[in-house]
Design a protein around this ligand. Structure first.
Ligand code: SAH
Ligand code: MG
Length: 198
């Protein structure tokens, strides 16, 4: 008997072998949990990579509508292949381009997941938060950035320090964004869940 790995395991192995920064396990668990808790039926992802989270979210329910945006051609090819193989393709729209330049998708989203270039988080939030449905959530990954945000002294690399500084400024400002309330979770690489203030 031939044992075949399931598709998600294959995607995860590919990610680890090719240094694709997919969401850490604790983070993806929290994301899937929150999507269920908030009864989300639509999902907008900024930063598809190879569509591992895209597919996991589409699988939560057959009427889940997923829109995901990716600019890197290598990621796009791999993502398309994976989406095709997942059987969830009818639920998923992949927008190819820079998330800061493409036209916003139409409609509202119950969950918006910000997981692209960490230096641009403020801009992604500004561009996409107006698409959040009334009772929706914005989930933001990598707010600890490998622990460097709390311990910038652990890296001497200039670019990393700059990036970490930007993430910290965004993370510090987020709880004060008007009209929103935010909770931070120390899981995975640091995740925030933001919703409209009541
Ligand atoms: N969300 C994925 C992981 C994304 S990794 C998961 O959970 O598995 C971050 C991805 O964002 C990379 O593939 C990178 O190419 C993409 N990215 C970074 N900046 C972007 C931008 N401005 N527009 C679109 N994609 C971007
Ligand atoms: Mg991430």
């Amino acid at each position: 008997m031939v044992l075949t790995m399931n598709q998600i395991e294959e995607i995860e192995n590919f990610a680890h072998e090719n240094n694709v920064p997919i969401m850490m396990d604790g983070g993806v668990e929290l994301l899937l949990e929150k999507i269920k808790e908030y009864d989300c039926k639509s999902f907008l992802e900024i930063g598809t990579a190879i569509a591992r989270t895209t597919i996991l979210v589409a699988r939560i329910r057959p009427d889940m509508k997923v829109v995901t945006i990716e600019r890197n051609q290598n990621m796009i090819s791999e993502a398309k292949k994976n989406i095709e193989e997942s059987g969830c393709a009818p639920q998923i729209t992949l927008i190819e381009g820079d998330a800061l330049e493409v036209e916003n998708p139409s409609g509202e989203f119950d969950c918006i997941f910000i997981d692209a270039a960490k230096s641009q988080y403020g801009k992604f939030f500004a561009k996409y938060s107006p698409l959040l449905s009334k009772h929706g959530i914005i989930v933001i990954d990598n707010l600890n950035f490998h622990g460097f945000v709390d311990h910038p002294e652990n890296t001497t690399n200039r670019n990393t320090r700059q990036l970490v500084g930007k993430i910290k400024r965004f993370r510090d400002a987020l709880p004060n964004y008007e009209g929103f309330e935010t909770e931070f979770y120390n899981v995975g690489d640091g995740v925030a869940v933001t919703r409209r203030a009541k």
